[in-house]
Design a protein around this ligand. Structure first.
Ligand code: SAH
Length: 247
């Protein structure tokens, strides 16, 4: 990342990116680029779509409100998105926006809202989550946009649990124990991380989670963290011990 050009605006476009093949921007994205970012033909733009790597592109204006991108050269080859699923009890809007953005910055390859007993929201706004995921992906230099999986109730998630994945269960009731040690000792497997709602997990939920065949009960220290704090803390531990922070 050292040679990364942080000045250039990054834009996610969900269309193929090929050299010299112009890509029309949707009306909303054109408005954002022209009137909010106020970019012009000279502004360097880095376009990515999650499949064709990242391209240095030029802005091509047509009329007052339409714009297109003209990919000139590939600046980074596509990399695989990793395999870290972040499962979370959805929070109220502003904190949910924050939590979704942090999960992307911390390298989640998929995020999934999980409705638990004490979850305080009944429905999540999927469009808003997608917008937050794309915005975070554009800002944090990732080459792919994490999947936003369908919201699911905890009991159905556990019924169909894929035992090939290690479920790292952030349990506010767990005895304080070294999380680095716990993560190092767990068998190698793709990781799904779960963090509960503000009201925590219920006793029966905790019991079901701990009875899963492949679960790691993780303490995040002696204090009760708010769910969005726990998200970043847990993702940092997982990435540092088992993920892409190891270089
Ligand atoms: N009952 C408390 C706990 C909620 S914290 C409350 O109402 O505030 C929200 C979630 O963050 C928890 O369900 C858990 O997944 C995680 N969490 C918070 N503190 C934690 C800790 N010390 N250890 C492990 N997980 C924690």
């Amino acid at each position: 990342m050292a040679s990364y050009d942080f000045r250039a605006q990054r834009l996610f476009v969900d269309v193929p990116l090929r050299e010299a093949e112009q890509v029309a921007l949707g009306r909303e994205q054109a408005h954002y680029v022209l009137n909010v970012l106020r970019l012009d033909e000279k502004s360097p733009i880095l376009a990515f779509n999650g499949r064709d790597g990242e391209w240095l592109a030029r802005l091509v204006r047509s009329g007052k409100r339409d714009a297109a991108l003209l990919p000139e050269r590939r600046t980074r080859d596509q990399t695989s998105p990793g395999d870290l699923h972040y499962l979370f009890a959805p929070l109220k809007q502003a904190r949910l926006d924050y939590l979704v953005q942090k999960a992307v910055e911390m390298g989640a390859s998929a995020i999934r809202p999980v409705l638990t007993r004490h979850t305080q929201v009944s429905r999540v706004n999927r469009e808003r989550m997608l917008a937050n995921v794309i915005e975070a992906a554009e800002q944090c230099g990732v080459l792919s946009v994490p999947d936003v999986l369908e919201e699911v109730r905890l009991d159905s998630l556990l019924e169909g649990w894929d035992a090939s994945r290690l479920l790292v269960f952030c349990d506010e009731d767990a005895e304080v124990a070294d999380p680095l040690e716990a993560l190092r000792a767990a068998a190698p497997a793709p990781i799904s991380l779960i963090v509960g709602p503000e009201g925590g997990f219920s006793a029966e939920e905790r019991d079901r989670l701990l009875r899963l065949p492949h679960v790691l009960r993780l303490s995040l220290g002696p204090r009760i963290l708010r769910a969005d704090t726990a998200a970043v803390a847990a993702l940092a531990l997982v990435q540092a011990v088992r993920g892409d922070w190891k270089g």
